[in-house]
Design a protein. Structure first.
Length: 541
């Protein structure tokens, strides 16, 4: 049985490499020793305010070192850090803080206006902790720096394998839900991924195994990671931070609040970045364009340190991968997964070979099943639902939804999150999209992601989201919301004519809205609610 939890593992990393760099953001740099000390002081502070085992700490923050310190500090106290989307406004913030029963809220001062408006409604919160980023101070809150300075580090303690870890979903298919894990199971799964490196020592199962593991990893070169996406989402934390800190690597945080591809490449050169974590084309496409711009200026970026670029959460198209493959030898890893099930399929490419759009190799413990729970064999023509073996055991305070989503197949726990795919004869799968977004037009099923990817291949299109609108004749009609930065933008008729060579006629949009930019969530995921609003405003008839 795994006997590690996050805090115990990171404490062992700190003891093994106290002078190594743990966090970088701009001019700020923290060693593992400093990181551990700050987290222990945060743990002591929340304990002094009454937080006990299993209590929750809301993190309403942009990417910053304080996010990681409070996250680690909560684990030290056997409390649970709760990811809160920094885009949330009044009612959304109240819902998540209330649903998670957070007793501490850590927030940026730039978000203090929203906290001020709903403060009286946050009845569970005992302590408001403010991270100064230039916004207005919230009266009655305690500055993060002062809180850390006022308490001595909490003494280390024995924790449990089944201490709760929870991550809230993005709420793309309903209200955000807290997905529950046992910490020991989650840490084990992260460490199991390191086995793919072929290390000479076994991955740790207890505290004593950490130091030799880090030594073995260091011989291959310490990982330096840039999570380009928000830490409040699974991709940023699970791929960009947690495994890197389990192996004694450094996490480099971007300073800009809006994604700047040139900042990514500048930091890659400056810090010797080995891993870049993105969310599909919304991040990777601007990165390719930034490389092209510097090449045209005769000042190409030096990319030799990059060993991998990892994406999860949004489509990463083949042509964008090809733009990166042509310029570096890094492995491009496209992961298909969910908050509930982790990673359940992968696609990889490098300078030697490419990879198709939305085509993946299933993990050994992932299946494609029909709606009546039959396991579909390779070559089956019918679409099915992806079912992934998972360590998650349910949604927080939602047993009904848990029962529908977490099922048992052959005595093992699986999760079904609504992703549809077909199984090809060679065993690979082609992702069709999320079933809740499927458009039924004239009896035909249209998956938005397929149409979006076709439209994005047009040279004047930057991004696209596709939604369905009510239609008296067909039930629903396909509507595309297109973003184009071109000086002369394509018309809807031009795009639909162009699509006739790429899609079946029933998949071609009946209407197209062309805007400067398509809005997405901060993590790059599709904002279909916004796209639906744009479609309704332009084609309400």
């Amino acid at each position: 049985m795994m006997s590690l939890d996050f805090a115990t593992a990171w404490e062992a990393v700190s003891d093994a490499t106290p002078e190594a760099t743990a966090i970088v953001q701009g001019a700020r740099r923290m060693t593992y020793g400093e990181y551990d000390d700050a987290a222990a002081r945060f743990a002591a502070a929340i304990a002094a305010h009454g937080l006990e085992v299993g209590s929750t700490v809301g993190l309403y923050l942009h990417n910053c070192p304080e996010y990681l310190i409070a996250h680690y500090g909560a684990f030290k106290n056997r409390s649970i850090p709760i990811n809160v989307n920094y885009r949330y406004l009044d009612d959304e913030l109240v819902y998540l803080v209330d649903n998670s029963e957070s007793q501490v809220l850590v927030f940026n001062s730039s978000l203090s206006d929203c906290v001020r408006r709903v403060r009286d409604r946050l009845t569970n919160v005992k302590l408001f902790v403010e991270v100064d980023d230039g916004g207005e101070h919230l009266e009655g809150s305690i500055a993060f720096e002062s809180l850390i300075a006022d308490y001595e580090p909490q003494e280390r303690q024995v924790r449990a394998h089944d201490d709760l870890y929870m991550l809230y979903t993005g709420g793309t298919t309903g209200m955000p839900k807290g997905v529950m894990y046992k910490q020991g199971d989650f840490v084990l799964r992260l460490f199991a991924n390191f086995a793919l490196l072929g290390l000479d020592v076994p991955t740790p199962t207890d505290r004593e195994g950490i130091a030799p593991f880090i030594a073995a990893v260091s011989e291959r070169g310490v990982e330096v990671s840039i999570p380009c996406c928000p830490l409040m989402h699974g991709t940023g934390m699970w791929v960009g931070v947690m495994p890197v800190h389990l192996a004694g690597g450094a996490v480099v945080l971007l300073e800009s609040r809006h994604f700047d591809a040139h900042e990514v490449w500048r930091l890659t050169e400056q810090e010797g970045v080995t891993r870049i974590v993105v969310v599909g084309d919304p991040f990777a496409r601007p990165m390719v364009r930034a490389l092209e711009e510097r090449e045209s200026d005769g000042r190409p970026y030096v990319l030799s340190s990059v060993r991998s670029i990892v994406s999860a959460g949004a489509i990463w198209s083949a042509e964008v991968k090809d733009g990166l493959r042509a310029r570096m030898s890094a492995s491009l890893v496209d992961a298909l997964g969910s908050t509930e099930g982790g990673t359940y399929a992968l696609s990889s490419a490098d300078s030697g070979h490419g990879a198709a759009t939305a085509k993946f190799t299933l993990a050994p413990d992932t299946k494609v099943i029909s709606e009546d729970r039959r396991v579909l064999k390779p070559g089956a023509s019918e679409p099915g639902l992806l079912a992934s073996s998972t360590n998650a055991f349910g949604y927080y305070k939602d047993p009904e939804k848990s029962a529908r989503t977490f099922i048992e197949i052959d005595g093992r726990s699986y999760v079904i999150t609504g992703d549809w795919a077909t199984v090809d004869a060679d065993g690979t799968v082609t992702l069709l999209g999320r079933g809740s977004n499927c458009i039924n037009t004239g009896g035909e099923k249209v998956y938005p992601e397929e149409v979006e990817e076709a439209i994005k291949r047009h040279e004047l299109v930057d991004d696209c989201l596709v939604v369905g609108m009510p239609d008296e004749r067909f039930g629903q009609r396909v509507v595309a919301v297109v973003g184009s930065s071109a000086e002369v933008k394509p018309t809807g008729d031009e795009l639909c004519t162009w699509l006739r060579d790429h899609l079946s006629h029933f998949k071609i949009p009946k209407a197209v809205v062309v805007l400067d930019v398509v809005r997405r969530a901060p993590n790059g995921k599709a904002d279909y609610r916004w796209a639906q609003q744009m479609a309704e405003e332009n084609f309400a008839h």
